[in-house]
Design a protein around this ligand. Structure first.
Ligand SMILES: [Zn+2]
Length: 368
């Protein structure tokens, strides 16, 4: 601040004070008015000059706050699990409402009945609610399960010409991995499927498909699991882009019905179901696998015999657990112990032994 402006300002202040002084001397009875005016004027003037001196600072602060307010409705800094339980929570409140309505209705019907019977009706209503709640939870938490499922026997029936004694290759050492290798294609939100991507679509069964080149090794893996007493059931191999879009939109709707905004629902949906155009299911190299006594696509699958067998052995057949626990920040997808991706035995062995995900494998092993 220049010396000149400062002195000008002081003199302006002094001028006002001098006028107030004059006024109080002239009208002694109204002197309190003069004092009040002086106090008011000085306060307002000081506040005004404080702000006008710090315009830059305050506009900077205001824009930071504006930016924070604007961006906070689009992002989710809290861990994913928190958000999911939030969705489930809203679902519960909704269910509670319907439970209350149900209770009122049943109370009305049983109006003339004894108190005891009303209580038993209430309990029934409660049971119904908990079932509904469980169903909702399945939709909110896991990836949506396709109706179609297929076991090893069905695959073998549908692929009679398949050699039942497929020799699974051993992992080679010192392999030079190439970005052009079809097995290693990286598909995620940052790397959508190339427009010209083409692959031979093979039949697992009449209605289930995947990349033809992996059916042999997939069958060998299922056979090896069966030999170890583990049943593997394929439930989501290739999905065309329409199917992927429908799944994605269904997920958004489910979150929105639970009371979330569109942006929040979109963000959560993109963590649970891959955004259409960036799903490995669309290139026929990914499979969702369940087992006969556990058919939910949720974290619990990782604790089943089948989940553990796959985590330990799938690499020998060229498959990797694509979205591992602890790598969510890198993959951008929550832990999915049921989702397996074919990358070939060599890459799968490296990825398994070094405990890395496909994104890390790309930065460490694939160079231009
Ligand atoms: Zn999947």
């Amino acid at each position: 601040m220049g010396q000149a402006t400062l002195s000008m300002r002081t003199s302006f202040k002094e001028k006002v004070l001098a006028k107030v002084k004059k006024f109080t001397i002239k009208h002694r009875r109204l002197s309190f008015l003069g004092v009040a005016f002086a106090v008011m004027f000085l306060t307002v003037y000081n506040i005004y000059s404080y702000f006008s001196h710090n315009v830059k600072r305050f506009s900077c602060l205001a824009s930071i706050m504006l930016f924070y307010i604007a961006s906070s409705s689009f992002t989710y800094p809290a861990p994913l699990a928190l958000n999911v339980s939030f969705a489930a929570q809203s679902e519960k409140t909704y269910d509670l409402e319907s439970y209350e309505t149900q209770t009122i209705e049943s109370a009305e019907i049983a109006e003339s009945d004894a108190e005891l019977s009303t209580i038993s009706v209430d309990e029934e209503a409660l049971e119904d609610t908990s079932v509904a709640e469980e169903e909702e939870m399945t939709i909110v938490e896991g990836e949506v399960i396709d109706d179609e499922q297929t076991s090893l026997e069905e695959i073998l029936v549908n692929n009679e010409d398949l050699d039942s004694n497929i020799v699974v290759e051993e992992a080679a050492t010192n392999v030079k991995f190439s970005k052009d290798d079809w097995k290693l294609i990286l598909v995620n939100k940052q790397h959508p499927i190339p427009d010209n991507y083409d692959f031979p679509l093979g039949d697992i069964t009449d209605t289930m498909h995947c990349d033809e080149r992996i059916i042999g090794t997939l069958t060998a893996m299922m056979q090896a699991a069966a030999d170890d007493g583990v049943s593997l059931i394929i439930c989501s191999p290739y999905r065309n882009s329409n199917r992927q879009t429908n799944l994605f939109e269904a997920k958004i709707t489910a979150y929105m019905e639970a009371g979330m905004s569109y942006m929040d629902s979109y963000n959560l949906a993109s963590q649970a179901v891959t955004v259409p155009g960036s799903s490995e299911h669309q290139i026929g190299l990914a499979l969702d696998i369940i087992t006969n006594n556990y058919s939910l696509l949720d974290e619990g699958f990782g604790e089943t015999q089948a989940g553990k067998w796959l985590a330990d052995n799938s690499y020998k057949y060229g498959f990797i657990l694509r979205y591992p626990l602890g790598k969510e920040e890198i993959t951008g997808i929550e832990y999915e112990p049921w989702h397996f991706r074919y990358v070939g035995v060599d890459a799968a062995t490296v990825i398994h032994n070094e405990d890395i995900c496909l994104e890390e494998f790309w930065t460490e092993y694939l160079h231009d």
